[in-house]
Write a protein that binds this ligand. Sequence first.
Ligand code: SAH
Ligand code: MG
Length: 960
Amino acid sequence: MTETENLSVNPAKKSSLSPKAVIHQTFGDKACYKVEEVQDSTQNECPGLAVQQKGPCLYQCTLQLPEIVVVSDPCRKKKDAEQSAAEKAIEKLGIHQKEYNPTVEEAWDDLVGRLTFLFADEFSLSFPFYVVTMKFLSSPHPLSGHFRAALRREGDFSGCIPLSVIAVCDAKISNICKYINPTAEVNLLAVMTLIQNAADKVPDLIRTFEFEQLSLQRRNPYPNEIIPSSVDHELDLKFQLVKRIPIEVVRIPVSLDKGVESLTLNISATGYYLDDIAPELGVTEASDILISRTIGRASSEMRIYYTAPRQQHPREISVSELIEASHNETFLNARATYISGQVISGTAILASVGYRWKSTDLFHEDVSLRTYYRVLVNMIPSGAYRISREAVVAARLPLAFTTKNNWRGSFPRDILCTFCRFHHLSEPLISTKSNSLKSSPGANVSRKKLKVNESSKEEKSGEGLAAATEDPAGHNGAFHCEVKIYTKSRHLLLNCSPKESFRKQTDATQSTALKVLSWLNVFFEKPDMSREKLNLLAEKLDIHLTPDLFNKFVLCHPVHKLESSRLVNFNSSDISKESEPSIDIGGQNTGNTPSIGSLACISYTASLFIEEGCTKEHLESCEQFEFEIGNEAVLPHLEAAVIKMGVGQSAHFQMDLLPSEYILAAAGDSASTLSLLSSKSCKLEFNLTLLRVTEPLEERMEQALFSPPLSKQRVEFAVQYIKESSATSLVDFGCGSGSLLDSLLLYPTSLEKIVGVDISQRSLARAAKSLHSKLNRLLDTKDPSSKIKVAVLFDGSITKFDSRLYGFGIATCLEVIEHMEEEDASVFGDVVLSSFCPKILIVSTPNYEYNVILQKSTPQSQEDDPDDKNQPQGCKFRNHDHKFEWTRAQFNEWASGLATKHNYALEFSGVGGAADVEPGFASQIAIFRRRQASPTSMVLVHNYTPIWEWSRNDLPIKEA
Ligand code: SAH
Ligand code: MG
């Protein structure tokens, strides 16, 4: 059973309250927080830099209380400033946080005391009269709304308050009950029994009913003069006109064979709404109804209404019997039990109606089928992410957390907290450790780039996922994170402590939270995956699972499996194997297509579509939807379409259906959607337009700040050397999507052979496409300025030698080394100068000292987490994928060492900025020239895989 583990242990120790919570307990709304930005006076400047730098932004909070005003210390985060102010106030006022931890006897006394308070009247002497006041009845408590409404009940029921209402609407009572009977937390009947027994101890005040009614009634009727004052006359008058309020609710049958259905209840505005729900559950009056805790958001009033099994009076059935009975499938309502986390029996009604704090009106909201499916989908990590993005059929939980700037939708850490809340688990325990020493090189064993193969269909199954998340960007830094998930009763379900470390604390937490979510997501979405595969995947994600985990989630599979497959014969494990749909792309391709790491912004419409009769039903649409390319942050088909598109182009495709719970969670009108879904030929149709592409931050800065853009300046820089050396062959190490090779074609040069090497197949594929069309165009137009005969792209790591690229006229390696570990950058330097032996080698890399200027001028960095300011010298790297960025001195040291060792002449230059103006060039460049006339000997090795070749005269690739 879902929470049986709670039965054997003591109530969870209440975690101590935050300072703000303590202040709230004491002062409520009278506490007023005001946060202001303050400038840090200590300017942390880049050494040797003549430019003034903005210090980190700090916040200070002023907390105004009835008695005092306190000001916090300056903090990096607004919320920390508030907590700091609250803490100071607590200290000043000497408030002692009361830990409520009563003995069983004390708890009984407290329970009786609370009930007495709820039902008692109070006499006060207000000369010349004695005045009777019903303190609770006139209070703004949600339960007092029920008390007032119950007074309007007819006949013998007048003033009868259902035990279940007292149990769920009074937080104090449910809290006390936990200390008497630990099962109270999950078992409503247990709480009701306790309340009834406590009420029996004050027979003069409260009347209990032996068997026939599960309610309490005040022994003496309320004084007459009280009733009118407590029942709002005006309200009654107002509703004389509108006696009935129609509210939409959802009925959840016990049998899993029957679908949930929508129905409308007409709730009486002047009577007691529970009496109107009763007939729907097959009972006559409110006290036969049991009520769950709230479902979903903390502020929600959505609850499940159900009934106790007949003849099972709370005094007669023990909790263990109930749990026992609930294993009987004809009795347990699996869906209702799953979403509420409480044992629920019989038919259930999901409704959002009730009394709230500080309002005398009955609150009500429609609960549609769509609401029900959203609740269900929200219980899956990926579903919670989709709903947070309001893209239930389009989005997916991304595979990796690359940077905060590129993440869209709720953050992994927040999704994980929501997940735990919805599954009635403890808050996840997230701890980060910072190690002052740089992590040992041994720790970064596998540092492959995120590889996404364009041609072969991605399978988002266990293995694919682990490979991709294993190393989102090869972060290497000072922060390690560990995430632990516990049940409410402190049983460990899983823990995740990745080996890799991160430069930023937020990256460490978000990435680790995402790993946990990714595993949970596979677990929830693939009910048929074997235990072995799940364990294997967990291992790859550095997650340790406990047997308790599988016990905790026993109900999730039957429920999700059922709801996702109810209508069409849908097999969720087939979703990734489904063949790629044909995508129609319309409009002129401007060439501005998104690449990995860039943000694509699209508008889209998703509909259900049935060919025959051309029936179409709109599901969801969005006018501006942005996502990061390369992380499967959307449906694979959607991403596959977008990477083929240029800005301004539109596309259209159809694909097989998603699980129907997702579709219904997105559907505006579930009734018409349902009728379409039952058709076998129903498809999901997407229409989209690529609105814009935002390059990764580095490119954005380079484009915005330099004219021509820095990338163009690098190309021109290289061209100048090609011309000067009359080189006929060029190899571009780390060619990426081929920006240099591409642009070279625009200049008349002596080059006959151009080669690119990279480890990203995806980038290489893009380079191939673009080079292919450009080269063929040159050929077609018989452009005499181009002498290019051969172009080749190799897949391989530039730290390895390949004899096919030996002795080239010129080699370039632009903005690549910073994407490798420093050790590898040195290996590359040695390999290229000792083995490849190009006549000229041009290496560019960012100048770290220049960052302060870039960051000052990009608004992006302002919205960043203040944690980022922890970077050395208050700066951060230009691109999340950078493993290092060197100052001029560091670059100089690296290059000079290599030049001397391998007998090359060395010269420094750069692009963006100027050599003699601080802080130097934006991109620093080293030019190595071979001193030896002809290279010595060479070993024949092929470490690279050619993945694309083009030749003008069908020339074979010559080996040097
Ligand atoms: N030179 C290109 C791309 C720079 S981005 C330009 O100026 O536009 C850095 C590139 O280096 C990426 O495409 C990445 O895949 C590649 N890279 C990183 N480590 C590599 C390695 N060990 N071998 C080959 N390529 C590598
Ligand atoms: Mg770079």
